[in-house]
Design a protein around this ligand. Structure first.
Ligand SMILES: C[S@@+](CC[C@H](N)C(=O)[O-])C[C@H]1O[C@@H](n2cnc3c(N)ncnc32)[C@H](O)[C@@H]1O
Length: 273
C-alpha cells in the first residue's frame, strides 16, 4: 500500500478490479478517507455484543457484517435479511448465517424474537423508513437494542453536485433528498419507537489527488440515482462526469476534498405500540 502526499492510503491499482458499485464505495472510503474510520468497529462498539445474542442484520448487502460476526465466533443466531436477491445469495453462502430474502417493512420473524437489530446504511433511501423501524422494534425483545447508521445530510457534496447537474442537463430526474433519513433526522424517527436514543457522529473527508479514483467513485454512485440500468445513459453520464473531473484536476494542483460522515444511532427501551 502506498501513502500519498496527503497521508491517504492508496492501493497501487486503485483497488477496484472486479468490484461492484457498493464494493467500490466501500473500497473508496477505505483507501481515500483522510482518517481511518472503521464503520463495523463503530457499530460493534455500539452493540456491545456478548456473542450469544440473536442478531438480525437488516439490509445486509455485501454480507461483511454477518461474516465478521461469524469470524469472531458469535454463537447466537446470525440472521441476514435483504430485499436484493444477490445480497440474499451472498449471505446464504456464509456458513452459520440464516439468510432471508424479504423486505424490511415486513420481516418474517415473530414478535420479540431478536436481541439485536442492525440497520446499516439502508434506511436512507427507503420510501417507508418509519415502517422499517417499526418492524425492527416489533421483532426485538423487550431489552433488545436497535442500531442504525445513516449518513450526514449532503455528504460528498461536490461530486454529487457534478452528477446532479449532468443528470439535469441530460433531462433526467434528480431525486429529492429532502426526505432522506440523515444524522439530523434519525433521532426523531427512531425516538418514535424507543425510550433512549443515542447518536454518535463520525466526521471525515475523502481526499482525491487525481481523477481516476474519483471518477470510479462517482460512477459507483449512479445506482443511487437510478441510472445504471440503461447502458447508453450510463456511458453518457460517465463521459460527462469524467470530463468535468479531468478539467478540474487540469486547472489545479490542489486535492479534491469531499466532506462526509455518518452517525451511529443506538436505541433501547421499546415504547408501547
Ligand atoms: C447501501 S446498502 C448497505 C448494505 C450494508 N448494510 C452495508 O452497510 O454495507 C443497502 C442495502 O439495503 C437493502 N435494502 C434496501 N431496501 C430494503 C428493504 N426494504 N428491505 C430489505 N433490504 C433493503 C439493499 O438491497 C442493500 O443491500
Amino acid at each position: 500500500m502506498d501513502i500519498d502526499r496527503d497521508g491517504v492510503r492508496r492501493a497501487p491499482d486503485g483497488g477496484y478490479a472486479h468490484l461492484t458499485s457498493p464494493e467500490i464505495r466501500v473500497e473508496t472510503h477505505r483507501l481515500f478517507s483522510r482518517r481511518d474510520d472503521d464503520v463495523e468497529a463503530a457499530v460493534l462498539g455500539a452493540l456491545a455484543l456478548t456473542g450469544t445474542e440473536t442478531v438480525l442484520d437488516v439490509g445486509s448487502g455485501t454480507g461483511t457484517f454477518v461474516q465478521n460476526l461469524i469470524d469472531r465466533g458469535h454463537t447466537g443466531r446470525v440472521i441476514a435479511l435483504d430485499l436484493s436477491f444477490s445480497a440474499y445469495l451472498t449471505a446464504r453462502a456464509v456458513p452459520g448465517v440464516e439468510a432471508i430474502h424479504a423486505s424490511a417493512d415486513e420481516i418474517p420473524l415473530p414478535d420479540g424474537s431478536v436481541d439485536v437489530v442492525l440497520s446499516r446504511q439502508m434506511l436512507v433511501h427507503c420510501p417507508s423508513p418509519e415502517m422499517i423501524v417499526a418492524e425492527c422494534a416489533r421483532v426485538l425483545t423487550a431489552d433488545g437494542v436497535f442500531v442504525a447508521t445513516v449518513n450526514h445530510a449532503r455528504t460528498v457534496p461536490m461530486i454529487r453536485h457534478v452528477i446532479e447537474t449532468e443528470l439535469g442537463s441530460l433531462g433526467l430526474r434528480v431525486p429529492d433528498s429532502a426526505s432522506w433519513v440523515t444524522t439530523d433526522t434519525v433521532a426523531e424517527l427512531v425516538g418514535r419507537f424507543f425510550e433512549t436514543v443515542d447518536v454518535v457522529r463520525h466526521d471525515n473527508e475523502l481526499v482525491f489527488t487525481g481523477p481516476g479514483p474519483l471518477v470510479r467513485y462517482a460512477t459507483s454512485l449512479f445506482s443511487l440515482y437510478g441510472v445504471d440500468d440503461d447502458p447508453a445513459t450510463n456511458q453518457l453520464l460517465v463521459d460527462r462526469v469524467t470530463a468535468r473531473v479531468e478539467d478540474w484536476f487540469r486547472a489545479t494542483s490542489e486535492p479534491w476534498l469531499e466532506p462526509k460522515g455518518y452517525s451511529v444511532c443506538s436505541a433501547r427501551g421499546l415504547l408501547p405500540v
